[in-house]
Ligand binder design. Sequence first.
Ligand code: OOB
Length: 544
Amino acid sequence: MKGVVAYPEQLAERYRALQLWKGQSIPDWFEELAARFSNRTALVDGERRVSYAELARRARAVARGLSLAGVRALDRVVLQLPNGLELVETLLGSMRAGAIPVLALPAHRRVELEAFCRRAGAVGLVMPERHAGVDLLTTARELRAACAELRSIWLASSGEPPPGFQRLSALGEAGADAGEAAPGVSASEVALLQLSGGSTGVPKLIPRTHDDYLYSVRASAELCALDADSRFLAMLPMTHNFTLSSPGWLGVFHAGGTVLCADGLLPGRLLELLSRERITIAAAVPSLARALVEAAPRLLPDRKLEGLLLQVGGAKLDRKLARAVLEVLGCRLQQVFGMAEGLVNYTRLDAPAAVVMETQGRPLSPYDELRVVDPDDPAASPLPSGAVGELQTRGPYTIRGYFDDLAGQTRHFTADGFYRTGDLVRRTADGDLIVEGRIGERILRGGEKIAPDEVEAHLREHPSVRDAAVVGVDDEYLGQRSHAFISVVNGAALPTTAELRAFLRARGLAAFKLPDAVQALAELPRTKIGKTDKQALQKSAAPR
Ligand code: OOB
């Protein structure tokens, strides 16, 4: 497809010969699952329980509805729906129609959605009329006016939509009795466009093929030992790569298990579901894991979550919180260091506790190629094990370029096809990765380099500190100075800057790493998936 950097043919053939890429499209894969697991429950959304066979039937109806509406193979459709049956059937159905869904998050608004529609050249958009109490109809109207190529906007709503919009549920109804066959979908084509998690500007579009995506799903399901008894609670947005494929709900489908949808629930409700529904696997970002740990003593006093594997990823999980997850929730823990561009690292189910608590795991596939390079001299030979540097990677499920981004190609990818992750990592002697931060977030203070993650981890060890984030702020004399933001444990007194600096010094931290300023916030700002929003913090750092 135009705008996509393909895998080199020789490598593609190797991945096929190795049976990593099986030449099966996601819709064909799901049809096979529907035949195999037919009457088993695939999805639970509130009161609605849907079997594999029923879900496949619903996806087929959506696919026909889209075809009847004029959506053709390789057309892009931006998909923005909250967690639930509609999202799942529309995602599977759009792929079955041969279209390419662009996976937006529920929290995206006009600026992001407009950028996705334009960049993808989308012909359709699926969005809710209201979400989380916010009326999105004005947004939908603005998008229709702004994006010329957008032919249809399907609104998920209970009533009839206003003129000019289609009702999402009409799609499945229109398609239910049409006889049209789905177009064949090639497994080497782009299946979906994921969004980059980068914190700068509007996310870039990530073209993942059926072959590469399904490989990561199957391998992840196997690594996490999923089976037909697996019960997954979708707590994060189901379009995010973590919840979708690592192993996520697609991985659970692959094993014949059951996916339960949660949307915008408070930690207390999530704990109740985790316990009552005997959930075996769920994915969380650290801020959500922290919220669960904090709510547990009150809401889950004696029912520990023994049967649960809690996956934590998306941002660095510090040791203190990792320990609390194990001790307070009583579940198993897996760290997941992944990226929508491809590479996913997992701590293994049989890894020693220290590895699970202190590392971000190792690559999913033996065919993942990783190297750690000097961020200031990336052309030099890779750094030895143990040294901190930028992680670069290529492999059977990592993209070779962003969608339609010739201009950014050499900035984000090397000439030999490695993706420059922008992540600073170190590899232990055993081959596990420890994430040390992002290149762009390093603070250069008066000639010294500071890794914010290191300082943040020490700050969180203070008994009154709940969460911490350190950013660099421009400074006339030092180039940059360091500014720490903290939130305080409920009921604790706010420690002064001097107290915190003394605390860090007592922990043996070098003087230049001590924050120049400390500011308390009720809550640290979060990105749309719940990672700490460092850009927002940098902007808000009060000028001296
Ligand atoms: C996941 O994907 P994205 O695309 O939203 O974000 C990727 C970036 C990584 O490059 C890294 O900077 C950060 O998020 N990250 C982590 C991390 N997991 C992701 N940083 C430290 N520790 C971790 N465990 O966030 C994502 C995709 C698939 C599975 C899991 C997470």
